[in-house]
Design a protein around this ligand. Sequence first.
Ligand SMILES: [Zn+2]
Length: 459
Amino acid sequence: MTLLDRALEKSENLFSDGEFITKLSSLVSLVTDSKNSMSNDDLTNYYSKGLLGILVELGIQTKIIDNPIKNCPPFLIGTRIESPKLKTILLYGHGDTVPLQQGQWNDGICPNELKIIGEKIYGRGVADNKGQHLINLLALRSILKTRKKLGFNLKVIFEMGEEIGSPGLFELCEQHKDYLKSDVLIASDGPRVAIDVPTLFLGSRGAINFELEVKYREGAHHSGNWGGVLRDPGVRLSHALSVIADKNGKILIENWKPTSLTAEVRDRLKLLPSTISETLEIDENWGEPKLSANEKLFGWNSFSILALGSGDINIPVNAIQPSANALCQLRFVVGTDADKIISSLRDHLDRHGFEDIKIITDNAINFEATRTNLNNIWLEKVEGILEEFHGDKIHVIPNLAGSLPNNCFTDVLNVPTIWIPHSYKECSQHAPNEHLPIKLLRDALLLMTNLYWYLGDND
Ligand SMILES: [Zn+2]
């Protein structure tokens, strides 16, 4: 039996001897809902009571850093330096979760008590993100116990505010840039493209939210007395929206289209399964014409109306409303001039005669778009190792369709980012019944054990 076999066996045994479940159960039992936490102490308990034990086993020197943004939860950062000559891998994870949604889970499952039903493990945070970073930490431990070294330096960042937009993460990376200096980020979050095929993604789409408002006057006016002579904000806003995207969802603002859907990106996207979901039927003719579903999702921008209103739909009255509002969002990939999204919208509305539509924005991008280059040497290396272990092609997505605070790593720490998700689309993250299949967790643990093994220097 080779040393690698022994490391893999160690990881495998974590399931047969129940240690994985015990560890995950203790992480899930710590309630870490960042939206409703009463104090940061509740959240930082996750560091001391949840993670510290295994971080110590890994020989990581840790420190808790106050959030640079006042009243926001602290960070845990740490390092394990084996030799300045070795490469350094940065690991990231978030210990906070969305609200528990107690009482809404099946079979009376209590979200902070891990429960195994059939082949699946249920609990808040199992998929997002406690289970995912636990896999990576335990895979590292199997290597360390077997090889007595990792063969690379390891740095870690954990936060407790990802679900509320990662406040302070950007500033943390700026202030501790030297301490966190690494060669590559390898982290896990989000779902695989297909449950039984390892997935890599290299960045994330950005997002910007803004509001459109038409407000003509104070108070509503009787439509019998005034209809026909007063401008109707609902009618005006509908027309304004219709020049932003056409009736089939195609974006009509030239500057909102990305320049990054190159032949190379398209070739990569062609290798993904064409079926986006087994459970939800997608609308073939929606969005940018002539693009495949994967190109629309991972290689293009999308405009959405998150909420729309004028008057009270539940208590309508015969009156011309004074105002109408639409909360809107643009999700965008790299190759979009993000600084000009709002000014391009302003110009476009003005050109179409909608000077009366106000854009309410704090001009802040909610998430920046990021994407590590497809020619990156780390991608080549990691992809090769995963493929070899999987025995077939894996799925590589240039970026996640959703958003992550990935620019802290790509733009501040200047590292290529490789995300290896250990979840699947049907995991119900952010909803009741969050779960992962035991088989997926086990496969992912072995995958990561093998990956860390080959990334390490074996001399
Ligand atoms: Zn989440």
